[in-house]
Design a binder for this molecule. Sequence first.
Ligand SMILES: [Zn+2]
Length: 495
Amino acid sequence: MKLTWVIALCIASLFSITLQAQTKSKSKKPAGLKTILLEDLKKDVYAMADPHFNGRSAGTIDELKASAWFAERMREEGIAPAGDDGTYFQFFSMQCHRISPASSVTIGNHNLKLWSDLLISQLAPALVSAPVVYLGEANKLNLNAVDVQGKAVAIQVVPDGINLNVSLPEWRYSRSVMTKYGNDLISKGAAAVIFISDEYSEHAWPYAKENLIRGIYSNEGTAPAPTSKAPMLWLHSDASEWIKAEGLVLNASLILESFTYPSVNIIGKVEGIDPTLSKEYVVLSGHPDAHGIRNVIGNDSIYHGADDNATVNVALLATARALKKYPGKRSALLVIHGAEERGLIGSRYFTTHPTVPISSIVAVLNGDMIGRNHPDSAALLGSQAPHRSSSDLVNMALEANEQGPQFKLDTLWDKPNHVEGWFFRSDHLPYARLNIPSLMYTTLLHPDYHTPQDNAQNIDYEKLLKMTQWIYRTAWKVVNADQRPAVEPNFKLER
Ligand SMILES: [Zn+2]
């Protein structure tokens, strides 16, 4: 394109932006905006992220207590119950598989104590007796030159080739190493893999332990218990002093135990006023759970989950209250999904056991972490192909942003090749998989993500107010639109 054309087009587009701005500045403010107050949001975040909820870990009494508190707040705001049996609650069971404390592991005369001397990163049952062979540094292994069949292969972990430039690298390290170095050894016939910790895995040990000890979770009845697999074990770095000795034998008896735990979705409804359209719903989606009590960071062990996700829950409560005071045509369904942090368990349950006809859900406005980072920045996930389920819905949200808070929107985190895969990590996902127009509001990750420092003191309440106004403005457009947002032609999530 010639430069003169570019200049001409720039002038033309500037002119049209000015015109648009003039038109938009005249657009009426939704009446409910004035009911959304910073002080209310702040009070509710402080209450929900209070230490007495012990970090609201999914499947514990703490999550249930916080859920009862949230339902009570809904009742106070006049939001009608829309769960089971006339209550705000939809209880469900999740399945947990974890390594039993009755498991035992010895190497030679070393009787290894579970989780302090030893981590087990393959969460599966196993009964193994095998000679130990030490094969040196993991990145120098030549699998074609050694016979590992039937052996317990010990290797020195090195960080080469493991991406530490991601969120929660400590949480991911053992899995990344297992994938990079362990799986090949098992497929070549190794009876077990023994990782000798490097400096980074020593640092990551307390984080890995907290996740491994808790096991793996799924919706009840959806995933069979893992069957027997070759164990992958971690020893502290000082094991390098004795693991090379001749004639060592690994004896491992790993027992898997399974439980069901209760969790709960908290569900309320705000009726629309149009006789026909009020039978349709915009879902306002959050999650009550955080990460409970874990390893100490900065003198605190309660993972309060203030940004993740008290900010969103209280923003949606304020949005529902605004719609209650000034109703739109369609109805709103406030669904706070239990056990999100265990793998979107509550949203998977709700989408297979909806309390309203699933076809009556016209859009899902989900939020995850909306009160941190630069005051003027935010992101809207589900706004770009291939994650964009509805251009109509995206346009409503973008217009709401322009008419309201005017955040500068990040465009990188919604891309399919973004390292975090953030679009796939929150409760809108099971809805989007059903081709329901879905968006996720977020102000993205920060260093306090999944730490005790994600607390109420560290929230930017001015920003939370603006994010709440954005969500409410979008919801107001959705409930009043003549047509429900159309699903993108041929939209289908690949994963
Ligand atoms: Zn979250």
